[in-house]
Design a protein around this ligand. Structure first.
Ligand code: FMN
Length: 226
């Protein structure tokens, strides 16, 4: 339940019905878990010189397979789909952030866990073998919006990789919050990055209309000059 006593599932039901009013309500109720000021988030390499960067392109993303809203069982997560469409067009390297311990299969359990992780800023360990991000001048950074933020597994990647000085191109999937607070959070980690206009798509639209999503992604990328 959110502070207004309306369950998120109910709100999601409203938004699925397509009501603009419900979209406003959703935005009000899906506040970030940790509140203003983003306690626990410090700029990466604060005040330091950004690393010397190569000119390669990286598409890095986190996405959850399995049970998801609304009663979907995703073999490929929504954000992973979008990451694939981006990579098909821009090439370069592709890297999936994977938590060391998977989130629970059950949606509600994951939801509760994610809220706690975000509100207590519990950085979720991720599998080793992450790329040396200094090689990349352009980094596409993708994630589902969870409680208005990047999931903590993605924030672990962000905390541990200095993307200052890079061109960062954010992309998200969501169920009504659009980017939520994630762009502010991105700037908080990387005050010296050049953040380009991102792409946000409702997750179930990615699932239901992959071809339309690919078309949208291509025209967004074209608009950015990719
Ligand atoms: C734990 C959890 C928290 C979520 N929080 C939000 C949210 O705050 N705002 C929103 O619009 N959607 C939220 N969603 C919906 C997801 O962003 C959406 O289903 C997304 O497409 C999932 O992407 P994935 O398949 O790549 O994991 C949440 C989903 C989960 C599982």
């Amino acid at each position: 339940m959110n502070p207004h006593g309306v369950s998120r599932r109910k709100l999601l039901g409203l938004i699925t019905a397509g009501s603009a009013a419900a979209a406003g309500l959703l935005a009000v109720n899906w506040q970030n878990a940790s509140g203003p000021g983003w306690p626990g988030i410090s700029p990466v390499n604060a005040g330091g010189t950004p690393p010397r960067r190569g000119d390669k392109t990286l598409v890095v993303f986190y996405s959850k397979t399995g049970r998801n809203f609304p009663d979907l069982n995703l073999e490929v997560g929504n954000t992973a789909q979008v990451a694939g469409f981006i990579h098909d067009r821009v090439g370069g390297d592709r890297y999936e952030v994977v938590p060391s311990e998977p989130y629970p299969a059950d949606y509600d359990e994951t939801d509760r866990m994610a809220q706690r992780e975000a509100s207590e800023r519990l950085y979720r360990p991720i599998k080793p073998g992450t790329p040396d991000t200094d090689q990349y001048g352009t980094v596409f950074l993708g994630f589902p919006v969870w409680w208005g933020e990047q999931p903590m597994a993605m924030q672990t990647f962000m905390r541990d990789h200095d993307l200052n000085g890079a061109r960062i191109v954010p992309f998200v999937t969501h169920e009504g919050s659009q980017f939520g607070n994630s762009l502010e959070i991105l700037e908080r980690y990387y005050p010296q990055a050049d953040v380009l206009d991102g792409y946000a798509r409702q997750g179930q639209q990615v699932y239901r209309d992959p071809d339309g999503t690919r078309t949208q992604v291509n025209s967004w990328l074209e608009g950015l000059g990719f």
